[in-house]
Write a protein that binds this ligand. Sequence first.
Ligand code: ADP
Length: 498
Amino acid sequence: MQQGDDTYILSLDQGTTSSRAIVFNRTGNIMGNRQKPFTQIFPKPGWVEHDPMEIWKTQLESAREAIELAQITPRQIAAIGISNQRETTILWEKATGKPVYNAIVWQCRRSTAICEELTALGFEDFFRERTGLVIDPYFSGTKLVWLFDEVPELKTRAERGELLFGTVDSWLIYNLTGRHATDATNASRTLLFNIHTGRWDEDILNLLHIPPCVLPEVLPSSHVFGNTKKEIFGIEIPVAGAAGDQQASLFGHACFEPGSAKNTYGTGCFTLLNTGKVPIVSRHNLVTTIAWDLGDGGFTYALEGSVFIAGAVIQWLRDQLGIIADAAESEALARSVPDTGGVFIVPAFVGMGAPYWDADMRGTMVGITRGTSRAHIVRAALESIAYQSNDLLEAMVKDYGKPISFIKADGGASANSFLMQFQADILNRPVILPEVNEITALGAAYLAGLKVGYWESLEEIAKNWRRKREFEPDMPASKRDVLLEKWKKAIESAVVFK
Ligand code: ADP
């Protein structure tokens, strides 16, 4: 363990479109940051794959370059933490470590038929009770079933114990240390893991015909998974933390207390609420997931909901409608009008996620008049992000049964102060922005640093959390009620139109 002030934590943030590595210091500041994009493979409509070797290569290169940029040596890295795109499914050879198929990415819908069959057979409650999840191609389990069904040779080889399965954390841990392991948060996204017992669920494995020998060992999120092989950085460095990206972000925001929540405003939005040591099974179509396991006895759980189209509606304004030149321009345009002039946009481009879960809904724009301008449309698009997030939070409050007093925000679109203020107004709760926007990577660094004593306690980490800005709600209740009523009508009109 290195305790001098010249030591750092290296965080690997393996995302859907790029692999990033960030070197953090003790106060959580960024010393070096490197990002490498990699190839998106679309073999058919609705299918998405990545090359696992390219994931590993770009991750390793960005790690080495981030260390260089920070002007430090690997010896000064006290530990490595990993945060990763979740659910993405990789299968590789035990003997050689070579992938036997491309990574099937979380977005990939190829296992839709398998999910429909399981749903038709009435397994929805069974999966929800055991795994906290809904039956959807999004989660890893049915991706693995697809591989075994469609490539029978893989199934035979898996049964002979020749193949290993893992999500991206597991793939990186394996390549870094040689150990076949995953952390509990990633396991909780597979549809195979029992979030109550903390074990792979035997009944589910039997139902889906998955040989247990392919599965990784499930370890805490803050845990020494192993040391890096010497040839990687020239010395051995402990890999001491791992968590799925959204859970890492909740941790990075220091949402340690039950009732604390964060929303990440990226392409979509991901809201997670820490519900403490007891899992809450959602009655409002949210999913229950493991927030983290600090190895101190018992999981911390979260309720999670996602908005499919958030920042993506701004991309649509830019790329499809051509009414803005870049995303940042949306802020000044939205502010150039006092309101949307009665316009509401429901960006149900790919159906709606929680709490509606309606795959067939399509987008609508209602309330337009002769006076509707580009500024009104841009403002309505930004406001739609806030309304959808509010819907999620309302569902969470109902499931949780206790108040949620504020939310912490991060992600690309959280740079838009108009949006953040409108979000605070509509939620009627403060929205707080952290100083460090790379909160996901920071969360993984915290998990690793906590394990090796780089940070002593959650209290110390919480003290490290610094706010950049807080947006206070500033809208009369009467106005908010009218707007929310109209938003509901806009949603109804999208439902009617489908
Ligand atoms: P992801 O991690 O999902 O790729 P990011 O966190 O990088 O997303 O955020 C990118 C998204 O944020 C894009 O959809 C973009 O349209 C949106 N975005 C970026 N800046 C702004 C802004 N100033 N106002 C509104 N949306 C923005």
